[in-house]
Design a protein around this ligand. Structure first.
Ligand SMILES: [Zn+2]
Ligand SMILES: [Zn+2]
Length: 97
């Protein structure tokens, strides 16, 4: 799987907000294709527990609050392009930037 999943090999050419190691590994960075903040689970293919999903969404929301303003975004757990590696987007509700 190494070398095939771009979420396993996160590149540094977009903005990185934070990297968590505990209580579990995930990274929050700007999505290369959407240019919106997203949280990416540190382990390939793992579906997060409800607690993990809540934790990732909370951190992502803090970042999106600063960027888009309170209520200016939605947390989008759908995975269109890479369905087998858990990631969550924060998408602006207004199309501007
Ligand atoms: Zn994206
Ligand atoms: Zn992966």
């Amino acid at each position: 799987m190494a070398g095939q999943c771009e979420l396993c090999e996160l590149s540094h050419h977009t903005r990185w907000y934070c990297v968590f190691y505990e209580p579990f590994a995930f990274t929050v960075l700007d999505c290369d294709s959407c240019d919106t903040p997203m949280a990416v689970l540190g382990v390939h293919g793992t579906v997060p527990t409800e607690a993990e999903r809540t934790f990732m969404s909370a951190v992502l929301s803090q970042i999106a609050n600063v960027r888009y303003g309170p209520g200016g975004f939605i947390i989008d757990g759908r995975m269109r392009q890479i369905p087998d590696h858990c990631h969550i987007h924060a998408r602006p509700t207004r199309l501007s930037a």
